[in-house]
Ligand binder design. Structure first.
Ligand code: MN
Length: 411
């Protein structure tokens, strides 16, 4: 495992800092009402890459002045490697300290969506999550659908409701019908939930089937992703076509794109196969990542409680396998396509990635450190995902993926 790369930005050299020189995650910020600017995080600072390209200190076909990372991603892997190499050289100890004029404290900027989400697909690829939810919805004997160990199951979601961390989420209305209700009713969701996921961002477009290896190379980077889910709406609507309005309210992502290049030292294999996969899905090399994850919940005005701790390596399918499967139909993939991993739950109760599982469908409410109990999310609660890959004396952080649930609209 590689060591900490030291930077002349001193705050980047702390073992606790989420943004050391090894990381260099890409974001977009606004400050003082100016247009959105592409930046990279280093220590407790953002380096304004848009200003550097305007001044001629970097030259990437003016993609860094577009206020989004899509145009840069479209330049392809050689440009990705070139920019990362230049930034490491410029920001390394003994590097270009005169660039400090392009640094802005992270505390002074507002981060916005780092890229335009062109399409959004969400998967269901965590073994423990699929088993737990299947047990609750269909009983333990039918928990895993017969296809689950062969296909990375997914559904086409909504790009339009993907939002950046910090955006409030409004409790949705929908059709609800409990098992004992004779007829459905229209009301605010009473079982609103989170899903702890990772999002993979397609950086290279494809038009037709691609291999798992090509898929791995086409992924530019990763974000934390919360797939907010209305369980009561989902339970009534999901058969036979899968989730629809239950998942369309909002999907929150963390504001920094952590590149596949930064995560390279943390590659791990997917867990052992329970059934052999068809050849086109075989993983030719480790393509999953060892990333520690946690979820906290904070009632309005109160301190937060950690409600789950798990790891991305719990996934049964990697993002590369999911992306390769997605293209088998000939489905074109675009720059800015976002793939949700599926809920990441570990084997133990404390490592479950949704409240549905943590409270076992509401039968076993959680007790927060504040003394309050929760089965699902209440108005005013803030849910935050955090993640970090732990290196030798450094940590690759993702920033926070946070959202507060606000009361339903009056309809
Ligand atoms: Mn999901």
């Amino acid at each position: 495992m590689t060591k900490l790369l030291r930077s002349w930005v001193e705050s980047a050299n702390s073992a606790q800092c989420p943004f050391p020189l090894n990381n260099l995650p890409y974001g977009v910020f606004i400050v003082n009402g100016q247009p959105a600017q592409c930046c990279v995080a280093i220590g407790d600072q953002a380096l304004n890459l848009a200003a550097m390209e305007l001044d001629g200190a970097l030259s990437f076909d003016r993609t860094l002045v577009t206020g989004s990372w899509n145009a840069f991603m479209a330049l392809g892997p050689s440009a990705w490697a070139e920019l990362r190499g230049l930034l490491i050289e410029m920001l390394a100890e003994g590097g270009r300290t005169e660039l400090s004029r392009y640094l802005i404290p992270l505390s002074d900027i507002k981060l916005v969506m780092p890229f335009a989400v062109t399409e959004y697909t969400d998967f269901y690829a965590g073994r423990n999550h699929a088993f737990n939810v299947g047990t609750m919805f269909r009983g333990p004997e039918n928990a895993l659908p017969p296809n689950w160990l062969h296909i990375p199951i997914g559904y086409n979601g909504r790009a339009s409701s993907v939002v950046v961390s910090g955006t409030p989420v409004v409790r949705p209305h929908g059709q609800l019908k409990g098992p004992n209700d004779e007829l459905p009713r229209f009301a605010p969701s009473a079982r609103f939930d989170i899903e702890l996921e990772m999002g993979a961002i397609v950086g290279t477009a494809s038009n037709g089937p691609i291999s798992v290896t090509e898929a791995f190379e086409n992924i530019f980077g990763y974000v934390l992703l919360n797939d907010w889910s209305a369980r009561d709406i989902q339970a009534w609507e999901y058969q036979p076509l899968g989730p629809f309005q239950a998942k369309a309210t909002a999907t929150t992502i963390s504001p920094w794109i952590v590149t596949a290049a930064a995560l390279e030292p943390f590659r791990v294999s997917t867990p052992e196969r329970e059934k052999p996969l068809l050849d086109y899905l075989a993983e030719p090399a480790p393509m999953l990542y060892d990333i520690d994850l946690e979820v906290t919940m904070a009632p309005e005005g109160k301190s937060e409680t950690v409600i789950s701790r798990t790891n991305y390596r719990e996934m049964y399918y990697s993002a590369a396998q999911q992306l390769a499967h997605h293209t088998t139909s000939g489905c074109p993939m675009r720059v800015g396509d976002l793939l949700g991993s599926g809920t990441i739950s570990g084997a133990t109760k404390e490592s479950r990635g949704s409240l549905l599982e943590l409270s076992w469908g509401g039968k076993e409410p959680l007790t927060l450190d504040t003394g309050e109990t929760r089965s699902f999310i209440e108005d005013g609660d803030t849910l935050t995902l955090r993640g970090a890959a732990k290196g030798d004396g450094y940590s690759i952080g993702f920033g926070e993926c946070s959202g507060k649930l606000v009361p339903a609209r009056n309809l």
